[in-house]
Design a protein around this ligand. Structure first.
Ligand SMILES: [Zn+2]
Length: 364
């Protein structure tokens, strides 16, 4: 099938000569070819943000600092990296970087002198102030490749107060062609003065059908099961598929479910949960709560029993639980090292309390 311009309209023409109406052409573009070949955001669900970004670059209207905000596991970092590449590419074609020039080459070998990627170092969950201080010199230097300089920093909420203040200095006095791209999953926890100095770009999570189509195109066999278990985040699902870690995460979901339903003692479930990485447990719970909120507001169906169960809670309780989970996650990111069993117990008690409050309405 080819798409051809006939008269004033675009038509789909099949190889046996059949002609399809413009409506079919639209259908063909919308469903079968979600991303036209000449536009290349890293994932099809970022098409709108990508188009806006490229238009801003073309018109020389790109703000000097962007803050991409969205759910973890939908590919925000990859989007930030693709933006960086587009900004550093010497000969971008239409809407994508060329992949062949010196800029693209240096970037793919991680040796581009005008690109800085700041993220928590291995075994750390915070962006340290020393890492952010390297920015000062980077921003002050002239671009070595003669173009722009780009900094990707993620996750933005992983900066402690000191790091955030160090970044703020650089955001306040942007130098020349330096572009900051921040990625945040809990933007409310980013210093307001940083937020106000960035152009915020909301990344909408892909729909279930978009995620499934993408996973299936990438030969993920049990796509639906993985997607449900990951709380509807296709990149997490992909990661689990590649790492063969679905069972481990299903076990976490089961323990939480059993404890909050009273089928297993909280002490026992907490001990079992504590054998996993605490950041993983909290991140998963955060994803499941976010999914439950979407199921609760009928934006999404979900067949993971834990998510279904959570979705029966009132929205207010879900938001409170999400907030508590995110607070704990932020503390872990800030370097706190709590007793794992106690931290899990505390979390399970909160879940149980939310369920009990729902079952027994408060007396007036
Ligand atoms: Zn290039």
């Amino acid at each position: 099938m080819i798409i051809a311009r006939i008269g004033a309209g675009w038509y789909a023409v099949s190889f046996d000569g059949g002609l399809f109406c413009p409506a079919f052409t639209l259908f063909y573009y919308a469903l079968l070819m979600p991303v036209p070949a000449f536009i290349q955001p890293p994932y099809p669900w970022f098409l709108t943000q990508w188009q806006q970004f490229v238009e801003q670059v073309r018109a020389d209207r790109l703000p000097h600092a962007l803050l991409l905000k969205g759910q973890m596991g939908i590919g925000a970092t990859a989007l930030a990296e693709a933006m960086a590449q587009f900004l550093l590419c010497r000969s971008p074609a239409d809407m994508q970087s060329c992949g062949q020039c010196r800029g693209c080459e240096l970037l793919s070998s991680s040796t581009h002198p005008d690109f800085l990627h700041i993220k928590p170092e291995e075994k750390s969950s915070i962006v340290k102030v020393a890492q952010v201080r390297t920015l000062g010199q980077f921003v002050a230097n002239t671009a070595q490749q003669g173009g722009r300089k780009v900094i990707v920093l993620e996750p933005a909420e992983a900066m402690n107060h000191e790091s955030a203040n160090a970044l703020l200095k650089n955001l306040e006095e942007p130098a020349g062609d330096t572009v900051f791209i921040l990625v945040g999953y809990q933007v409310a926890r980013v210093l307001p003065t940083i937020r106000s100095r960035t152009a915020q770009i909301s990344l909408i999570s892909p729909s279930e059908s978009e995620s499934l189509a993408w996973l299936e195109r990438n030969q993920v066999s049990n796509a639906a099961e993985l997607l449900n278990a990951s709380g509807g985040t296709p990149l997490t699902a992909m990661q689990w598929f590649e790492g063969n870690t679905l069972e481990q995460y299903q076990e976490i979901a089961e323990r939480i479910e059993q404890a909050s339903m009273g089928q297993r003692s909280i002490v026992d479930a907490a001990k079992s949960l504590a054998s996993h990485d605490l950041v993983n447990v909290m991140t998963l719970l955060q994803q499941w709560l976010q999914s439950a909120i979407r199921v609760n507001s009928a934006e999404q169906s979900d067949s993971l029993p834990l998510v279904q169960q959570l979705a029966t809670l009132p929205a207010q309780a879900l938001y409170q639980l999400l907030d508590s989970t995110q607070q704990r996650l932020a503390q872990l990111y800030a370097g706190s090292n709590p007793n794992k069993v106690l931290a899990c117990e505390e979390l399970l008690l909160l879940l149980q309390a939310a369920r009990t409050a729902q079952a027994v309405p408060a007396r007036r």
